[in-house]
Design a protein around this ligand. Structure first.
Ligand SMILES: [Zn+2]
Length: 277
């Protein structure tokens, strides 16, 4: 009896693992997508997929937690300078992949400090956003195995904060004022595309061949991050030679499987309670 139970359990686990892997992202239409990231370039993990989703008639929103205001080695830049530069770079990158500027939300936290912010406040803001946008799919840093080791602090924090917010958004008695005073409704996000996953956890590979050039152009807009501007910012315009170098550098970030440009993710469908499994 015990053996039979075990066999049933293993069969169920096997079937559910298959179901998790079969995700026709390229056939998605009419979905509302929300991406939560830590820095104003974290969407570059999935910009090929986002360009495709936008092109296929889905509505894509990008919410970034920090302004990216410390990501430089140029001593001449202030935090305010860099926040402004990175806002413009992000809007430029989103333009390259067809996402309108009014679909970009930046919560303005300090870069590098996300982990030390008031978690309840950050989650409340994300929950409000989820309840307003009511996404069908959440793109977020994978709060799974990859984030258990030490990891860049803001990415680690963003992975947990996004999952915590997805979970809280479905309970009307959590952050109840948003429901009773602001008139928002609780919302359960049914599907998740988790990026920057541990390689062995990836179960979905999206062919981005048709959107590869858009992704490269988008990534090349992060002049303060990918050009010599990292040490001495002279952008946003670059010399022809420097521009070419940036294109070459970001092109190397494109991953290929069987000769096709791809982006790999851990796809999860179900209640947010089990996102981390
Ligand atoms: Zn980042």
């Amino acid at each position: 009896m015990k053996t039979l139970f075990l066999i049933c359990l293993l069969t169920l686990a096997y079937l559910s693992s298959i179901a998790q892997a079969e995700t026709p992202v390229d056939q998605w239409k009419g979905k509302t997508i929300l991406l939560i990231g830590a820095h104003p370039d974290d969407d570059s993990y999935s910009q090929g997929t986002l360009a495709m989703l936008q092109d296929h008639g889905n509505e894509v929103f990008i919410a970034i937690l920090t302004s990216g205001n410390v990501g430089t080695q140029d001593p001449a830049l202030s935090m305010t300078d860099l926040a402004n530069i990175r806002l413009q770079e992000e809007l430029g990158a989103l333009e390259e992949i067809g996402i309108p500027a009014d679909h970009y939300i930046n919560l303005g936290y300090d870069d590098g400090m996300l982990e030390y912010e008031n978690k309840k406040e950050v989650v409340a803001k994300l929950v409000r956003l989820i309840r307003k946008i009511r996404p069908d799919v959440l793109f977020a840093f994978d709060p799974g195995k990859g984030e258990q080791r030490w990891h860049k602090a803001d990415h680690r924090a963003a992975s947990y904060l996004a999952a915590d917010a997805a979970r809280a958004a479905m309970w009307p008695l959590l952050f109840q004022g948003q429901v009773t005073v602001e008139g928002l409704k609780a919302h359960t996000i049914p599907e998740y595309i988790l990026y920057d996953s541990a390689e062995e956890d990836k179960n979905t590979w999206v062919d981005i061949s048709a959107y590869k050039d858009m992704k490269i152009k988008a990534m090349a807009r992060y002049v303060s991050q990918w050009s010599s501007g990292w040490y001495k910012y002279t952008g946003p315009e670059l010399s022809e030679e420097e521009q070419q170098k940036v294109i070459e550098r970001v092109s190397k970030r494109i991953k290929y499987v069987d000769g096709k440009a791809v982006e790999g993710f851990r796809y999860y469908k179900g209640l947010p309670d089990n996102i981390g499994r």
